[in-house]
Design a protein around this ligand. Structure first.
Ligand code: PEP
Ligand code: MN
Length: 342
């Protein structure tokens, strides 16, 4: 339920409403907007109805949220969220670019890629230290050593880190090093992991599962926000269809659908979405044109010898050329990309 306060309702009335909501066993989330103050109430509505609060002083209306997800919905918050992730604004007019290898391999290789993508204007260094691999025999990541490599490269270049968390047990360790947690496609409905990531206090990049509907995906985001974490970024990365020419089918429909249903920023990962470096540039441009707030792109200085996902990784020179093209697409849709550095 959403309780809409009358315009100009005094603070005491607003506080009285919040107290009453909590006394009834709900969590009250106040949202102070430009025109109105509203209180979003999350709890079991069948047990104690909130409709009677309409008679409290200062209350204009009590409106049900019809969607199963609440905190992520646009009914809860009409204006688009612009998040602050370690000083980088996500969801505003400037697009965000997260770039780097699929897996963290060596200190030298990560640093080389970090320097290159930073020079092109990327704000985040991506790279997995804990890898969720389909095969138990495939490279599983360097673990804490990988996190240290990421941190050193980020500190040297000024990039922010986004790296994957695969197990609740590693939450504190990953949080010591990263600026943002990534929850991967395979864990989108790992509810215990979502709760840990949500409660960690770190911003979370939540990837869509390869077989989750948009509604299921937004319910996963609701798990993060229900832990009190407002800093959630969505990432479309392709879904499974009958098509086998590409690794996944990048669902561009998801961008306008997600933007219409939630206030959260949404970015796109065309590397996993296509699975072939040759298609990454075209889909990156399409993502921005369709309204994405940014991109996550795999970049490797020697893709032929990468430990994972080399076939979908761009070499730094190709990434440079793509960023130049993206600046023109961004301008056409009234967005910007950070300028090249140096
Ligand atoms: C990744 O970002 O390297 C990754 C494993 O992505 P996804 O979870 O989307 O497959
Ligand atoms: Mn990958």
């Amino acid at each position: 339920m959403i309780i809409v306060m009358e315009p100009g309702a005094p603070q005491e009335r607003f506080e009285a409403v919040c107290h009453r909501v909590e006394a009834l066993g709900y969590r009250a989330y106040p949202i102070v907007g430009v025109e109105r103050t509203v209180v979003a109430c999350v709890g079991h509505e069948d047990k104690s109805p909130l409709q009677p609060l309409e008679s409290m002083a200062g209350v204009e209306a009590v409106i049900p949220i019809l969607k199963p997800y609440k905190l992520v919905s646009r009914e809860w918050k009409k204006e688009r969220s612009v998040l602050d992730v370690a000083g980088i604004k996500v969801g505003g007019p400037e697009l965000v670019v997260m770039a780097g290898p699929c897996s963290v391999e060596t200190e030298e290789s990560v640093l080389e890629v970090a320097r290159a993508v930073k020079a092109d204007g990327a704000q985040f260094l991506r790279g997995g230290a804990f890898k969720p691999r389909t095969s138990p025999y495939a490279f599983q990541g360097l673990g804490e050593d990988g996190l240290k490599i990421l941190r050193a490269a980020a500190d040297e270049t000024g990039l922010k880190i986004v790296t994957e968390l695969v197990s609740p047990a590693d939450t504190d360790l990953v949080c010591q090093y990263t600026d943002m947690i990534q929850i991967g496609a395979r864990n989108v409905q790992n509810f215990a992991l979502l709760r840990c990531a949500g409660a960690s206090g770190k911003p979370v990049l939540l990837k869509r599962g390869m077989a989750t509907t948009i509604e299921e995906y937004l319910m996963a985001a609701e798990y993060l926000m229900a832990e009190g974490n407002p800093n959630v970024i969505l990432c479309e990365r392709g879904i499974r269809t009958f098509e086998t020419s590409t690794r996944f089918t990048l669902d561009l429909n998801a961008i306008p659908v997600i933007r219409s249903r939630t206030h959260l920023p949404v970015i796109v990962d065309p590397s996993h979405g296509t699975g072939h470096w040759q298609y990454v540039a075209a889909m990156s441009k399409a993502d921005i044109a369709a309204g994405a707030d940014g991109l996550a792109i795999e970049v490797h200085q020697d893709p032929a010898n990468a430990s994972s996902d080399g076939g979908q990784s761009l070499k730094p020179a190709k990434f440079t050329a793509l960023m130049d093209e993206l600046r023109r697409v961004a301008a056409a849709v009234d967005r910007t990309l950070p300028a090249k550095q140096g």
